[in-house]
Design a protein around this ligand. Structure first.
Ligand SMILES: NC(=O)c1ccc[n+]([C@@H]2O[C@H](COP(=O)([O-])OP(=O)(O)OC[C@H]3O[C@@H](n4cnc5c(N)ncnc54)[C@H](O)[C@@H]3O)[C@@H](O)[C@H]2O)c1
Length: 401
């Protein structure tokens, strides 16, 4: 099959296996080059392990610390007419490269919200991993959750609260700056978004692992969050997603209290904005990312997904001096500290009202955004011949759930 990008709205419906493998290799190389890690986790469970922050976490744990990793994700292999998803190819590449490096790697392809998937994970930990999990990364991004007991499908809504909000956004199909209007959510939509993207499922995972005796004493768990800035607050932090993320903050507090005797360290990690499949789908974010990337690159403080997670492990979770990580007043780890620096945000605020379709490419890093978006699916790499035949049917050691 010859595979080229086919972009539909904010998603690319094709992915390239060779490009995805090279992306994974590149993240491994960056992790290795980021220096020796202090003592770290031994057995790691990553929920949402195939793309974005979850994949970067799996790579950092395995190739930075030599940890055994169990990854959970929901991806599709290739079919007769279609290549597999990027997360499928990333996970296949990770599995191959981890095994080549002598690292334990297992993957479950299934719905992380279901009790069955939790049971599958517990069985694998008990039967194969040789000890309990000492780090649980929760990195799911999903628009829908099938409730584990009732089977009901609950959908999240990307909406504001209170008033309709209109702001500049970029239509990535037409490369045009447009005005995007986001409607206020109903009470039900707010509740549903919290059900899908809040902390309930994270707590169910921790409960299940703990009850099954496969969570180590003094284990760490972290769920990723986003707070952002005044520019994105109306759509994110002050919108339905922000409500869900505040629920995540509450869940972290509850987990710390509930599992105090077990010494569980439960954190929310507030991350910077990066280009992922999840963030591309949120109005305003791609334009904000194009702006803030330009400013952070100019200041020499730009980080991508893997650099953020490397820093999370180095400077927060597994510090050389063995100290507990610094947190904000809410107990969260702030990896968005550089993005929120005053000089960065002042520059963003000054640039924001001036950006239009004509100056988009010059005044922002929109080119960088487009490039990174295609890279998510294994495209736009100079070292891959996209006109060459490639086998889309990539198999690896994966447990279907
Ligand atoms: N992208 C950003 O800029 C950004 C910034 C801060 C925080 N975050 C947070 O990081 C977390 C991960 O987001 P991302 O941007 O890396 O997203 P992503 O789209 O790259 O990854 C989502 C992962 O979830 C998995 N997944 C989705 N539904 C699933 C299901 N039902 N069962 C099993 N796996 C499922 C996917 O397979 C994938 O591995 C989210 O909580 C997000 O809010 C993202």
């Amino acid at each position: 099959m010859i595979i080229h990008p086919k972009v539909r709205g904010f998603i690319c419906v094709t992915a390239h296996p060779t490009g995805c493998e090279k992306n994974v290799q590149e993240q491994i190389d960056i992790t290795k080059a980021s220096g020796a890690f202090a003592s770290g986790p031994k057995r790691v469970l990553v929920i949402g392990a195939s793309t974005g922050y979850g994949l970067a976490s799996r790579i950092t744990a395995a190739f930075g610390h030599g940890a055994a990793t169990l990854g959970v994700f929901l991806e599709k292999p290739s079919s007769e007419s279609k290549p597999g998803t990027a997360g499928w190819y990333n996970s296949a590449a990770f599995d191959k490269l981890a095994k080549q490096a002598g690292l334990y790697s297992r993957s479950i392809n299934g719905d992380a919200f279901s009790h069955e998937t939790r049971q599958r994970a517990i069985e694998l930990i008990k039967n194969e991993m040789g000890g309990p999990i000492d780090l649980v990364i929760y990195s799911l991004a999903s628009p829908v959750r099938k409730m584990p007991d009732s089977g009901e499908l609950v959908r999240s809504a990307l909406k504001t609260m209170g008033n309709t909000f209109t702001a500049s956004s970029v239509d990535t199909n037409r490369d045009a700056v447009v005005q995007a209007t986001v409607e206020p959510a109903t009470e039900q939509e707010i509740k549903d978004t919290v059900t899908v993207m809040g902390g309930e499922d994270w707590a169910l995972w921790i409960d299940a692992l703990s009850k099954a005796g496969v969570l180590a004493k003094n284990a760490t768990t972290i769920a990723y969050s986003y707070v952002g800035t005044e520019i994105t607050w109306p759509i994110y932090w002050h919108g339905t997603l922000g409500q869900a993320k505040q629920h995540l903050d509450n869940t972290a507090r509850e987990l710390r209290t509930h599992y105090a005797a077990e010494g569980l360290h439960a954190y929310v990690g507030v991350m910077k904005s990066v280009v992922t499949q999840a963030s591309s789908a949120i109005p305003v974010i791609p334009l904000y990312v194009s702006m803030v990337f330009r400013i952070m690159k100019e200041k020499g403080i730009h980080e991508g997904t893997i650099e953020q997670i490397n820093r999370l492990f180095h400077q927060f979770l597994y510090r050389q001096d063995g100290k507990t990580p610094e947190t904000d007043s809410e107990g969260r780890l702030r990896l968005d500290d550089w993005e929120l620096r005053d000089d960065v945000q002042q520059a963003c605020k000054a640039l924001w009202p001036t950006v239009n379709t004509e100056n988009l490419w010059q005044n922002t890093d929109y080119a960088g955004y487009k490039h990174e978006f295609l890279r998510l699916f294994g495209f736009d790499r100079k070292d891959v011949d996209y006109n060459a035949e490639v086998n889309p049917d990539v198999r690896f050691d994966v447990v279907e759930s």
